[in-house]
Design a protein around this ligand. Structure first.
Ligand code: DAT
Length: 180
């Protein structure tokens, strides 16, 4: 792909990432409803289209097939206009995204959400540790240019509302800038 191909998209692509339970899917859906961008829940897609190499019993999660996932999404992402929702961000090509949002949640709040979801004690601990060590934020900063990576708090309804409003504003501004 040449550089022009991805600069030419007229609607941006946003990646919403973060530790499981930080609110990616909820925020993505709300933002999709408001902006008309397409919400792509990568976790669901991986299961539906078998973009994996089987189930890892130890980690209780699907083993992602990176190449299959990229092939599956390439055309849709090239066209622009997507909100991609996934708990990892280093698998995607850098050129796909105009904005990377990393959701953050306080430990106790995240614990309650994961417990509510029925996660095992082991899986809860892993995810809380990952959030404490800000693994996804570091991953985002290593994989994308610093200027497009934004950390957002996602602890309560007020955060959710301000995050949705912020995305809506950002999309409007991006379109105005890009399409004149
Ligand atoms: P993720 O997609 O990151 O795994 P989710 O969107 O499924 O997270 O949210 C997990 C649960 O937490 C769900 O019951 C909604 C709730 N939640 C998420 N973000 C929230 C927020 N900012 N305020 C209150 N509840 C929130």
């Amino acid at each position: 792909k040449t550089q022009e191909e991805y600069i030419e998209r007229q609607t941006p692509n946003i990646l919403i990432t973060g530790t499981p339970g930080t609110g990616k899917t909820t925020l993505s859906q709300l933002a999709s409803d408001l902006t008309g961008l397409l919400h792509i829940n990568v976790g669901d897609l991986v299961k539906e289209k078998s973009l994996h190499q089987g189930f890892d019993q130890e980690f209780q999660s699907w083993i992602l097939d990176d190449d299959k996932l990229i092939d599956e999404l390439e055309e849709t992402l090239s066209n622009g206009g997507n909100i991609v929702d996934f708990h990892s961000c280093e698998v995607f090509p850098e050129r796909w995204f105009d904005l990377i949002l990393v959701l953050r949640t306080d430990n106790t709040t995240l614990y309650d959400r994961l417990k509510e979801r029925g996660y095992s004690a082991k899986k809860i601990t892993e995810n809380i540790d990952s959030e404490i060590f800000q693994v996804i934020l570091e991953e985002a900063r290593e994989s994308y240019s610093a200027g497009i990576v934004v950390e957002l708090q996602s602890n309560n309804i007020e955060d959710m509302q301000s995050n949705v409003a912020r995305i809506e504003e950002w999309v409007k501004a991006w379109k105005a800038r890009t399409n004149g």
